[in-house]
Write a new protein. Structure first.
Length: 272
């Protein structure tokens, strides 16, 4: 990357990182992904979400890293764990997992000042057919969104790829939450919408870092936030799923920073 891109921001306020910064993002992303690999065995019927979060907290500390979420706006956990109709920001606690529960576990770590942010789906017990379809569509929608990442495309192209695929399967994309820029900060421009029109929004440039993290519902897209000011649920109580990768824009596409080391990104253990 040219030296004249050092520290540059686009007119939309999006930071352009240097070629050497990709290594820092890979290190942070790899740790977050490894943690999500290693806790897969802790997801089982009768387990509590609090016990899973406790182990995640220990793993972050054992790696010499920092949790980005502990203390963030008063949040006190190293993960968000969102079960069934919880869309995102589920707070770990005493909730016991039941057979057929699906859950998203979201972890963000800081390694040498770089933020690694990723989430994926898990299942306790036997995966119900309708949940399996939802998880597959959500996973594939994320990957289609990532395929749209290359210089000259727009953020609207990413959103359109996700939205059109999900809706073609008669599912809905949540509008109330989005992906975000990251790097040496947790949240930064741009807002990465998971719906949109082709050719709209900011133009993608080499050196942009951001998350893509579609939330897809079996029912309608509307959500509401519970009294704890964190937990977001589907208004119609329909199942929701989410997958998240952190990516960087390269000269000819996207580099995924949060690939699963063990190929466990999908709960049926297919490779990334």
């Amino acid at each position: 990357m040219n030296e004249d891109l050092r520290g540059r921001q686009t007119k939309d306020g999006i930071r352009i990182y240097e070629a050497g910064d990709f290594a820092g993002m890979h290190a942070a992303g790899a740790l977050a992904a490894r943690i999500l690999d290693d806790i897969a065995g802790l997801v089982f019927v009768g387990q509590t979400t609090g016990a899973i979060d406790k182990r995640i907290t220990e793993m972050v500390e054992e790696a010499g890293a920092t949790s980005a979420t502990i203390g963030y706006k008063g949040y006190q956990h190293a993960s968000c764990i969102s079960v069934n109709h919880v869309v995102c920001h589920g707070i770990p606690g005493d909730k016991t997992l039941k057979d057929g529960d699906i859950l998203n576990i979201d972890v963000t770590v800081i390694v040498d000042g770089w933020f690694g942010d990723t989430s994926r789906m898990y299942v306790a017990g036997k995966l119900p057919r309708k949940a399996e379809r939802l998880i597959q569509v959500t996973h594939d929608a994320l990957m289609l969104g990532i395929e749209a990442v290359k210089p000259g495309n727009t953020f609207g192209d990413i959103g359109h790829a996700i939205q059109s695929y999900a809706e073609s399967h008669r599912m809905s994309v949540v509008r109330d939450f989005c992906g975000h820029g990251l790097g040496r900060v947790f949240h930064a421009p741009p807002n990465v919408l998971h719906y949109g029109r082709p050719g709209t929004g900011a133009v993608l440039e080499e050196g942009m870092f951001f998350t893509i993290e579609p939330m897809v519902n079996l029912g309608r897209p509307e959500t509401k936030t519970l009294a704890d000011d964190w937990t977001a649920v589907t208004r119609d109580k329909s199942l929701s799923a989410q997958f998240e990768h952190s990516v960087g824009v390269t000269a000819d596409g996207a580099e995924i920073f949060t690939l699963s080391p063990g190929g466990l990104f999908h709960p049926t253990y297919t490779a990334d």
